[in-house]
Design a protein around this ligand. Structure first.
Ligand code: ZN
Length: 263
């Protein structure tokens, strides 16, 4: 489990994207999923177990259904302002391509117009990507709770939409933080296909290659829309065309997980 966490943690929004050879998010995610939480040696999840959301980390959707979810992280560490990739979003809109944006709370506040723009597109879902992109397992439980709740409040305030899914900054998690996210009523969502787009050296062709290599039924594909997905806008038309050519339906994460009511 720790190895899985380490692999996944390498792919967050830190700019420390793994090399293409390390596109193991898929294999690692799949093999690690069933035991990601249950294998915790502690075996003691908080008593505040969620009523509505299972304390289980999601890596992908139903493998029997030919649907996939494109996800785009909008990370922002307050000391390092990020941007907004309007060109990428325009591609999604032109293609009528549903997508899920994992939005940082601080990002929402510093990019309020962009956040509202995204929220006004009916086939986009807005997820919670914490407030200040702190390392979830390196801060206190109380600090992590504030990261979740401050982001939920900021995103809801700015966009009028309340996220129902959560993505860990850096993909960094453990059994306790997964349980905390669930107890806040959010579904913790990792990914199964890593494009490596925070690395400027990862070309559009490499991004397409990663998608072609890693995608299967139920895949959750991670990219970035905060200006740090260097070649994602360039890759996206071909990525969408290839996915649809293979018969995949693009859906939001919540729809992929069968929990799309609302949003
Ligand atoms: Zn991030």
């Amino acid at each position: 489990v720790l190895a899985v966490a380490a692999v996944l943690a390498a792919g967050g929004c830190s700019g420390r994207a793994p090399k293409p050879a390390a596109l193991g998010g898929d294999a690692a995610g799949r093999s690690g999923e069933p035991s990601a939480v249950n294998a915790s040696p502690s075996g003691s999840l908080p008593a505040t177990a969620p009523a509505a959301v299972a304390a289980r980390l999601v890596f992908h959707g139903d493998e029997r259904v030919r649907k996939v979810a494109l996800t785009f992280d909008l990370c922002e560490v307050p000391s390092k302002p990020s941007g907004f990739d309007q060109k990428l979003v325009d591609v999604l809109i032109d293609e009528n391509a549903p997508a899920t944006f994992m939005m940082g709370g601080h990002w929402a506040e510093t990019h309020a117009q962009d956040a509202k723009f995204l929220a006004n597109v009916a086939f986009f879902e807005i997820g919670n990507h914490s407030y200040a992109h702190r390392h979830p397992t390196r801060i206190t439980a109380e600090g992590f709770r504030r990261e979740i709740e401050a982001a939920q409040a900021a995103i809801t305030q700015v966009t009028g939409r309340a996220p129902r899914v959560f993505r860990f900054p850096y993909g960094e998690h453990d059994a306790v933080t997964v349980a905390k996210v669930a107890s806040e009523g959010l579904v913790p969502v990792q990914w199964s296909v890593e494009t490596g787009d925070p690395d400027p050296k990862v070309s559009a062709a490499a991004i397409l290659g990663a998608v072609r290599h890693g995608t299967r039924n139920g895949s959750i594909i991670i990219m970035h829309a905060n200006g740090r997905g260097w070649h994602s806008a360039e890759a996206l038309p071909k990525v969408i065309a290839w996915l649809r050519g293979q018969g995949y339906e693009l859906v939001t994460v919540s729809e992929l997980l069968g929990t799309s009511a609302g949003q």
